[in-house]
Design a protein around this ligand. Structure first.
Ligand SMILES: Cc1ncc(COP(=O)(O)O)c(C=O)c1O
Length: 396
């Protein structure tokens, strides 16, 4: 099929949910993508923070093939080895906890919200059901996840949202004490680094205050590390930057190396509130997704990808700061590790299109912020190439 034919089919047969760029990707290798016309692109978006190990990774391909040939699905009525191995691997490298597996980030958020309410209901009854979320958060598109996504543009036309959600200002510790209630608040949900909302790292004092008040008021603390977890910020888990542990941790995006999988890790007091049948997922704990996720996680840990990411992120940000000296329209550089936001004094659509025309894929996080989340295996030469292209686009 030609590129034009594929786009025509999209137009004719797909619900108009996505605003896709006029490009058809055909294959990827390492940090590069190739379209159906044979053009090569440096991938500085990584499938929106998913392809952390790059494209066409031999270990991932091998893991898919091996498990697909052995057993693809059998349901959660039975045991399989891959989910057990993955759960142990995750828990061994996070905090003492139990795992639940699902198929996406939004599903992980749904589960974390439900598990928190179930636990809170046992603590103080059904009145303890409120969930506190923060301005500019993004937690997904299903109703629960959307309800704690505090950006009204995502709610338009879909109201009413889930009742019992309270939104507070992000990075403002002063409002927490009055809002977190022992009687009413089931959970506080926060991204240690806000992704979609503009790449905003949470301040340590803010997280410390939330942790202290959650302990004091018997409230579950959920860290959404769907975008910022798994080495992206230069630590295996973003919470490790400050040593502040959540009660529940949500993961997804890079976990499956490109296959759909989501996970919730929860401390034992939350797990003890759950009973067989209180939640579930037909495809959750899928053997192929879990086997691949274990291969991804092992590679991240064995190759010390977190340290590498930290160094690469510093190198990238230093280059961006140099670019800023000659481009005052570049207002701010934010982020941690290789989750990088570059704020401009205008919309970034043209910059993204300009970069794409020159062979660099980047994304946005809000209207004015360029989002870079490249594969974590990027080398200095790739970063130099990205900076050169961005510089050319800004100078044009
Ligand atoms: C922090 C965060 N939480 C949740 C989600 C939802 O994940 P998914 O798109 O896999 O449902 C996203 C997706 O961008 C995210 O960035």
């Amino acid at each position: 099929m030609t590129t034009a034919q594929i786009m025509e089919l999209d137009q004719q047969y797909l619900a108009p949910i996505y605003k896709r760029a006029p490009i058809v990707f055909d294959r990827g290798v390492g940090v590069y993508l190739y379209d159906t016309d044979g053009n090569k692109y440096l991938d500085f978006l990584g499938g929106i923070a998913v392809n952390s190990l790059g494209h066409a990774v031999p270990e991932i391909i091998g893991a898919v093939a091996q498990q697909a040939a052995r057993l693809m699905h059998v349901s959660n009525l039975y045991h399989t080895e891959p989910y057990a191995v993955l759960a142990k691997l995750l828990v061994d490298h996070a905090f003492p906890s139990k795992a639940f597996f699902c198929n996406s980030g939004s599903e992980a958020i749904e589960a974390a919200l439900k598990f928190s309410r179930k636990w809170a209901c046992g603590v103080a009854g059904e009145t303890k059901h409120e969930i506190i979320a923060f301005d500019h958060s993004f937690h997904g598109r299903t109703y629960g996840a959307l309800s704690v996504t505090a950006q009204t543009k995502y709610h338009e036309g879909f109201k009413p949202m889930l009742p019992g959600v309270v939104v507070l200002p992000f990075n403002d510790a002063s409002t927490l004490d009055a809002a977190i209630s022992a009687e009413r608040t089931a959970a506080v949900i926060v991204e240690p680094v806000q992704g979609e909302g503009g790449i905003n790292p949470a301040q340590v004092e803010f997280l410390q205050t939330i942790r202290r008040l959650c302990d004091d008021r018997k409230t579950a603390l959920i860290f959404d590390e769907i975008q910022c977890g798994l080495c992206r910020t230069g630590k295996l888990f973003a919470y490790q930057h400050h040593g502040i542990e959540p009660d529940l941790l949500t993961l997804a995006k890079p976990l499956g190396g490109g296959l759909p999988i989501g996970a919730v890790l929860m401390k034992s007091h939350i797990a003890e509130a759950l009973t067989p049948g209180c939640h579930g997922s037909t495809f959750g704990a899928n053997p192929v997704a879990c086997h691949v996720a274990a291969a991804v996680l092992r590679k991240m840990i064995d190759e010390n990808l977190a340290d590498r990411t930290r160094a690469a992120g510093e190198y990238f940000r230093a280059g961006l700061r140099r670019l800023q000296e000659t481009h005052p329209d570049l207002k701010a550089i934010r982020g941690l590790g290789l989750l990088v936001g570059v704020e401009f004094d205008r919309k970034v659509d043209d910059i993204i299109a300009g970069c794409r025309a020159k062979g660099l894929i980047v994304g946005s996080a809000g209207e004015n912020v360029l989002r870079c989340a490249p594969p974590l295996i990027v080398e200095h030469a790739h970063i130099d190439e990205a900076l050169r292209i961005l510089g050319e686009v800004l100078a044009a």
